[in-house]
Each structure stands twice: as structure tokens, then as C-alpha cells.
Write a protein that binds this ligand. Structure first.
Ligand SMILES: Cc1cc2nc3c(=O)[nH]c(=O)nc-3n(C[C@H](O)[C@H](O)[C@H](O)COP(=O)(O)OP(=O)(O)OC[C@H]3O[C@@H](n4cnc5c(N)ncnc54)[C@H](O)[C@@H]3O)c2cc1C
Length: 639
């Protein structure tokens, strides 16, 4: 039954701030008309976007100029700021910030560098959500989550993290006392079956810990689905008899995991649906749009136990950025140190980068003290510094004026402004580059437009207490039919002065993730549809769904959305994960080798005094890709 807004607490006084004093960040066309703050520069001292709640990520004000450019808007003549730099970088994500770091290190410690980004905060996808309650700070990632498979990081990427002060041994020692907090309380994984999809609300607890038959005994699934689930988990068969291990692998790369489960293993479609949330967390599409071989390589999806399946040859993809995500054997990809997760995710990396690039911008000197340090945004665009970061600035044109000068035009608060540089690194999303850089060859523009980034939503919700999770016995809930496919308590952490919520009767942050898509279509098409869905969804709709889902799932355990929710931040990323190749929709060669035939290689070729970075240049949605590509781009520029 649909819950009333009153029951959901839709009008409760929670934090829904989306405005910083002094700088208008409100939605709409205002960003396309000039304001008195135009073109510049120093932000007011109370400017602190990590505190903003409601719609973040691709927030109102971040995308209107770029979309207008895409739609053919002609911007008025630009004011020449008569600023000249050694390097202008388009995009202030991990790749853009790393490019500044490498350029300074490689070529000139006094290089003058300007970084332009369209968002109101630096970091690109690696953003920080900061909440305060009763004088205490609560942190969560607003996008990029963790350093995955750090032992696989290249010398360049791991070297950068080490130079920034990230000490893996100290990290693991620091979190050790609290990292098993939820397990110590007996909390396990759960699956929530919602009434609208499955006929009644039901929370199954103990997924992965207890026998499948026990966990799902009372779940609203058909008897056949329950039996199928148990069969493929406990006693799978060889569904591809007579094939060699290599032939099996090839066959499983040409069939989706859903079709493998339903058509080869004879399962009910409901069974495949149960795995969608987890698959989406990795690939931003469900079981219908990833090959069965990816599920097999991940190592923990059921159905493959009785078949000998050849892994990818050692030489291919090993050490390529980003854990494995189905492209190489789980054991091989995850050998070495476990993932690192900082309290604000990989915003810690961006903040350490900014601290290094702009002295005085973020106080302190260690990876521990950066966690609670308050960044001084008024220092980011300081003419006295060698390196400057200019926020709220969407680049609309990059072109060579002559063989030694690049002119970069951007829109800030509605005004067009122009700066010059000896070189530029385009560390922004590849789909944007053809619009801002018309002089590129047509073939390169086509390659830049090949990948479609995945729409992703990471929602942070601050709760007054998390006792209902303890009462239910869950720390993480997969929800195959619900608005957010995953709900989980924030990672239990301690770093320096910071500690995540440890007492179930005190506040804690939870994360909820959503991957809008349209099963049955190609992966690219699903991403396009999901992206439109995100752009057209209001915060009110998100909020209502968040409240209803949490009530449905946890009210039997004492949760009340109207009483227990203190703040909500919806980090919406319509252009989220980099598109990675997939043998269901792309040539196998692109997915399983590092061939130069891949569009990402054609897309990232340097052009004159321009070099192209971003994780998109590696077709890999990972932090190490962003760093590696920054290094390559900087090396291509030369001095
Ligand atoms: C929700 C989410 C979670 C993720 N989680 C992980 C994870 O856990 N681990 C991991 O390794 N990777 C993760 N990733 C992948 C992530 O994309 C990379 O880790 C990395 O942060 C990408 O950095 P980047 O600098 O290449 O791109 P971005 O971070 O996207 O930065 C590019 C910047 O350029 C800006 N830009 C675009 N056009 C213009 C323009 N015209 N003018 C000015 N600026 C422009 C963009 O707005 C953006 O701010 C995640 C991604 C998302 C979206």
C-alpha cells in the first residue's frame, strides 16, 4: 500500500541545503546569464560545498552550459582575461588533478597551471559528503568509493598515492580495531523482497552465511525458484558438456549471465533477478547485459562450479586498471593488499592532491589529518599561487591560436572568459571533447563519442540511530525490486580523529545505490535511457522513494522514516562509470585485450599542444586508470 507523505515524514525538518552563501548554485537558466561573480575567481570564506545536501553529484548548475553547447547554443564573445599559463587542464577530477601534479613534477616546480571544472567542488566523481550532528562529523563518499586491488596499481599510480602520504600498512593498522564492528554485532547480508514486485515485503537474512534453503525458505519466491537457487549454488552441473575449457569460456562470453541461468541452467527468471543488484553495482546494468564469463570470473556468482573454464591467458589484462570487474580471474586480480576505503572515499585522494598542489588550501600533513581538515576554498584560485583551481567553470572551447598557444574559453556564472596556455590537458569526459574542441579530426571525435558513461546514484542518508539494522541482523541489504538496489551501513572506520558511528543508538550514515537501466536493450542504450531518467527525476521523488523503501524494509524492526532520518544527499551521476567494453555488444578483442583497435586508444591521441586524459582514455571506470592516463597525457605533451 502506498504510504502517505505524512507517514513518510516528507515535510520533516531535515537538511536539504543546496545553496552556498555568496555564490548562486541554484538550478536553471541563471547559469547561462552573467552574474557579478563572473569569470572569477576567489570564493568567499564560507564557501564549503561538501556540506551541501539534497541533489549533489551532477548538481543543478553543473551541466546546463555543457548541454546548451551540445544543443547548438552560440555563446557571446568572451572576455579576454589576459591570463597565460604553462598548462590549462579541463576537468578537476582525479585525472586532472594528477595531471597537474605530474606536470609540475616532471617539467617545472614553478609551472603555472589552471584547472577548470564545471562543478561547485573539485574532485570530479571523487566527492565528499560531510554531515554534522550534535557537534560530530559524519563522512561518506559522494562518488568514487575505494582504491580497489591496490597491489595491482601501476608504479605510477601507487607511486602517486605514496607521495601523497597514503601508507597502506598504517591504514590497515588504523582501521583494525573497528573494521569488524558489524560482524561483531552479528550483522549479516540480507535480501529484501518488496511487495510491489514480489507480492509481499520480506527481509531474508544471512545471505552468504547460512544455507540458501534456510535463508530463502519463507521468501516470496516460487518453490521452483527456491529449488533452482539451491541447485545452482550447492550442486551445479556441467551445462556445456563436450566443450573444451577454452570453448566454454568463449561460449560464456557470448551469452548473458541471465540467459545462462535461465536457458542453460534452467532456472526461473526470478532467480536471475536476485543477482541484478550486485551485478549492477559492478557494471551499472543487470544480469541481462553482462556476459556469463564476467560473472564466472568474479568468483562468487553461482552456476559455474562443475565446469572447467579456462581463465584469460596470463598476459592479457593482468595489471590493467581497476581490480577485475569480470575481466580477469578474481583470485589473480585480488592477490595482494585488500581495498582501501577512506571515510569520504577517494575524495581523500583528491583532497591530498589539492593540499599538495596549493599550499595552505587544506591544513595538515598526513592521510589521517586530511580526513577532518576543512578545505579553504578561498585559496583555490589565488593569483599568488602557481597552481589554481577555478570551479563553476564549464569549458566551451579549446583551440590552437598558433603552434605555441592554446586558447581556452569557459563560462563562469553566465559570462564567457578566455585564458591562454602553452598546452592543455583535456581530463574531462570524452563525450564532451568533440563539442569543445571542434578542430579534432572527425575519426577521433567519433572514437571520443563511442563510450556511454553509466548513470549511477549513490545516496547518503544520515540516521539518528541504526538500532533497526541490529534488530534485523543486517548490515547490507540487496533489494532486487526496490528503487535503490542496495542499502547498507557505512563502512566502519577509524582514521586519525575520525570515527564512523559505532554505537547503534547514535547516528550513522547509510548508503543506498541506484542504477537506472532498461533491461533487454544494448548496454549503451540502457545507459542513455537511465541517464535521461536521472536528469528528469526530482529530489522530491528521490526522497519519497528513499523514505518508503526504508520504512518498508525496516519498520518491522523499529524504523520510522519520519523520525529517524536526519539528512539526505542524493549523489546523482548521469555520466558516471566510464564505459568498459563488453563482448555481448563490442568485439571480444576490445574486451579481452589491450589492442590499439579499441576506440579509447584512438580517442586519446594527442593533437598539437593538446593531450587527452581521464579514466575514459583507458575505457576503465577506475581511479588508477584516471591517474595512469594523466601521466601518459603529461608525458605526451613534453616540455
Ligand atoms: C559513483 C561512482 C563511483 C565510483 N567508484 C569507484 C571506486 O570505488 N573505485 C574506483 O577505482 N573508481 C570508481 N569510480 C570511477 C571513477 O570515475 C574514477 O575512479 C575516477 O574518479 C575518474 O576520474 P577522472 O578524473 O578520470 O574523471 P572525473 O572524476 O569524471 O573528472 C572529470 C571532470 O571533468 C569535468 N568536466 C567535464 N566536462 C567539462 C567541461 N567542459 N569543462 C570543465 N570541466 C568539465 C567533469 O564534470 C568532472 O568533474 C566511480 C565512479 C562513479 C561515478
Amino acid at each position: 500500500m502506498r504510504q502517505l507523505d505524512r507517514e513518510l515524514g516528507m515535510h520533516a525538518a531535515i537538511s536539504r541545503r543546496d545553496f552556498i552563501s555568496g555564490v548562486a548554485l541554484a538550478a536553471g537558466g541563471s547559469l547561462l546569464t552573467a552574474s557579478p561573480f563572473a569569470c572569477a575567481s576567489q570564493l568567499p570564506p564560507d564557501y564549503y560545498p561538501p556540506l551541501l545536501t539534497a541533489l549533489r553529484g551532477s548538481h543543478p548548475g553543473a551541466f546546463e552550459v555543457a548541454h546548451a553547447l551540445r544543443d547548438g547554443k552560440v555563446f557571446g564573445s568572451a572576455e579576454d582575461l589576459e591570463e597565460t599559463y604553462d598548462l590549462v587542464i579541463v576537468g578537476g577530477g582525479i585525472s586532472g588533478l594528477s595531471a597537474a601534479y605530474f606536470y609540475r613534477k616532471q617539467y617545472d616546480p614553478q609551472a603555472r597551471i589552471l584547472i577548470l571544472d564545471n562543478h561547485d567542488d573539485f574532485g570530479g566523481h571523487a566527492k565528499r559528503n560531510e554531515f554534522w550532528q550534535d557537534g560530530r562529523m559524519y563522512l561518506r563518499n559522494g562518488g568514487t568509493l575505494n582504491v580497489e586491488a591496490p597491489s595491482q596499481y601501476s608504479t605510477v599510480a601507487s607511486g602517486l598515492l605514496a607521495e601523497l602520504g597514503i601508507d597502506r600498512t598504517r591504514y590497515y593498522q588504523g582501521i583494525a580495531p573497528v573494521k569488524n564492528r558489524y560482524q561483531e554485532l552479528g550483522l549479516q547480508r540480507g535480501t529484501f523482497f518488496d511487495q510491489q514486485t514480489f507480492g509481499r515485503n520480506f527481509l531474508a537474512v544471512g545471505v552468504g552465511d547460512k544455507p540458501v534453503a534456510e535463508v530463502f525458505r519463507d521468501a516470496p519466491l516460487s518453490q521452483k525458484a527456491r529449488d533452482d537457487l539451491q541447485r545452482i549454488t550447492d550442486s551445479p552441473r556441467d551445462y556445456l558438456p563436450g566443450l573444451t575449457p577454452v570453448e566454454r569460456r568463449e561460449r560464456l562470453s557470448r551469452i548473458s549471465y541471465r540467459d545462462f541461468l535461465v536457458e542453460m541452467a534452467g532456472c526461473e527468471p526470478e532467480v536471475a533477478r536476485l543477482f541484478d543488484p550486485e551485478v549492477m553495482g559492478l557494471f551499472a546494468v543487470g544480469t541481462d547485459a553482462i556476459p556469463a564469463s564476467y560473472a564466472c570470473e568474479m568468483g562468487y556468482f553461482p552456476g559455474f562450479g562443475a565446469m572447467e573454464i579456462a581463465p584469460l591467458p596470463e598476459s592479457q589484462l593482468v595489471g590493467e586498471p581497476g581490480g577485475q570487474h569480470g575481466r580477469e580471474n578474481e583470485e589473480r586480480a585480488n592477490r595482494g593488499d585488500p581495498d582501501l576505503y577512506f571515510p569520504d572515499g577517494n575524495a581523500t585522494i583528491t583532497r591530498l592532491l589539492v593540499r599538495s598542489l596549493i599550499p595552505g588550501s587544506i591544513p595538515g600533513s598526513s592521510m589521517e589529518d586530511v580526513v577532518t581538515a576543512r578545505a579553504d576554498y578561498s585559496r583555490l584560485d589565488d593569483p599568488a599561487q602557481y597552481i589554481r583551481i577555478r570551479l563553476n567553470s564549464t569549458v566551451i572551447n579549446v583551440r590552437h591560436e598558433d603552434s605555441s598557444t592554446v586558447a581556452v574559453t569557459y563560462v563562469n556564472e553566465g559570462a564567457s572568459c578566455r585564458v591562454r596556455a602553452r598546452s592543455a590537458v583535456l581530463a574531462c569526459w570524452h563525450s564532451v571533447i568533440p563539442y569543445i574542441c571542434p578542430e579534432l579530426p572527425a575519426e577521433q571525435k567519433a572514437a571520443l563519442g563511442d563510450g556511454v558513461k553509466s548513470p549511477v546514484v549513490y545516496t547518503s542518508v544520515l540516521l539518528s540511530n541504526w538500532r533497526p539494522f541490529v534488530a534485523a541482523g543486517v548490515s547490507n541489504i540487496s533489494a532486487p525490486g526496490s528503487y535503490h538496489g542496495n542499502v547498507g551501513l557505512g563502512t566502519s572506520l577509524r582514521m586519525g580523529d575520525y570515527e564512523s558511528g559505532q554505537d547503534p543508538d547514535q547516528p550513522n550514515l547509510i548508503g543506498m545505490s541506484r542504477f537506472p537501466c532498461q533491461p533487454g536493450l544494448s548496454r549503451r542504450e540502457q545507459h542513455r535511457i537511465g541517464r535521461n531518467d536521472l536528469f528528469n527525476t526530482t529530489f522530491e521523488t528521490f526522497e519519497r522513494n528513499i523514505r518508503a523503501q526504508l520504512n518498508d524494509t525496516l519498520s518491522p524492526y523499529g524504523f520510522d522514516a519520519g523520525r529517524d532520518i536526519l539528512a539526505i544527499t542524493v549523489n546523482r551521476w548521469p555520466h558516471g562509470y566510464t564505459y568498459s567494453y563488453n563482448p555481448l555488444f563490442d568485439p571480444e578483442e576490445w574486451a579481452f585485450t589491450t589492442t590499439d583497435a579499441r576506440p579509447c586508444v584512438k580517442a586519446r591521441q594527442p593533437f598539437g599542444r593538446l593531450a587527452i586524459a581521464n579514466a575514459d582514455a583507458a575505457a576503465s571506470p577506475h581511479t588508477d586508470a584516471a591517474i595512469n592516463e594523466a601521466y601518459r597525457a603529461v608525458m605526451e605533451l613534453g616540455r
